[in-house]
Design a protein around this ligand. Sequence first.
Ligand code: DSN
Length: 460
Amino acid sequence: MALTRNSAGNHRPTAHHADLLARGSEDLRNEDPALCFLLDREVSYQNDTLQLVAHASLAAPSVLSAAGSALANTTAEGYPGARYHPGATQFDDVERLAVERAKRVFGARYANVQPHSCSSANLTVLFALLSPGDTILSLDLDSGGHLTHGARASVTGRYFNVVHYGLDHEGYIDEDQVARLAREHRPRLVIVGASAYPRTPDYARFREISASVGAYLLADISHIAGLVAAGVHPSPIDWAHITTASTYKQLGGPRGGLILSGEDYERPGPDGMPLAKLMQRGVFPQSQGTPNPVGIAAKARALALVAQPEFTETARNIAANAAALAVALDKRGWPVLTGGTDNHMVLLDTYRRGITGAVAESALESCGILANKNRIPGDRKPALVTSGLRLGTNIAAQRGMREGDMEVCADLLDRVLGAVEPVGDRTYVLAPQDRAEIRERVAEVCRRFPTLYQDASFLV
Ligand code: DSN
């Protein structure tokens, strides 16, 4: 997008973002060594830890830089060209840039870049499209759904009548059940999307089911947004009426969310207002006040990187690595749900081998490996214990690992989980010599595959 000339005319900067950031880093180092130490330690922790989580990616230094910009001081409710505060000239252009980039990256006709998270984006969509008591049809939490899809613990479960679909005996979404429940309960909204589902939903079928009962279709692609953007996973943009995404899980962006729409963006919503306008109003003023300008600047930067061929290559490796990791773990006797994966995520039923998710997560973390405990279908353990473990390959691919390197990762996981001796659901014993030996091997892998933070000179 060509930047529009701002209202201050052809203003030449007299001060520079990069100088400000350098000065800030210097001041932090000199004036607040305690905080600086913690921040330094986090950089080295991220370098020296083998992150195999599904819910994160690494933001490039330039994304972090945009997130630390002077736009932090700008308060401007509303949208570009229609703000409720003065002084938003640059922010207007930054937000327009982020919107254009989001549309381009996802092939969308409409984008709103203001949601503070994908949870906020989902709440916005639900409250914009539905009235209290309306019926939602969504995947249940234990089958891999999300809190904001109508879980009992969420406000969405209190305000709406929620009906859940589940998985078949092989762990796949049971679309026939979705169709049957839709006929039976006549939902106003069907949600397709998950926090812990390793397979590809059939978006065309979901649209057909939604259309058959006159429901809207919301696709939540939080976890798989990078694969979708890179064309490594089918896109729901033109199947769903609305698509939501988070920007940090797989897009290498800041904490934040997006609301997108494809071919349906002008379709009338419940009160006749086009969906795009309904979403604009749904974000501001209905569910959020001031947008976060630095978050939006960082989204703009991350989306520019997502458009690069290097990102497509990383996305291909994310999916290939996950498939290879699933095979390597299965070979070592670890129960892989659905027997594999189509995306970045591998789910293990660790409890089938006597280890709760809580014990697995904690033992791995003590060895320098991150993966998170996760409830699995039919789980009888509470959410802070769980019977499963969720693994992801976003950061491994960003570190340059390839399919063949997943053997090493599977070996390390197997070594920890094979050595751990559970004592109840949350505690365990791991021999100090085992831990020390594994930690050394993890450190060696991390040195071999440095993160993009290894040379942290960008912090000045
Ligand atoms: N949605 C949560 C997850 O999938 O881990 C965190 O954002």
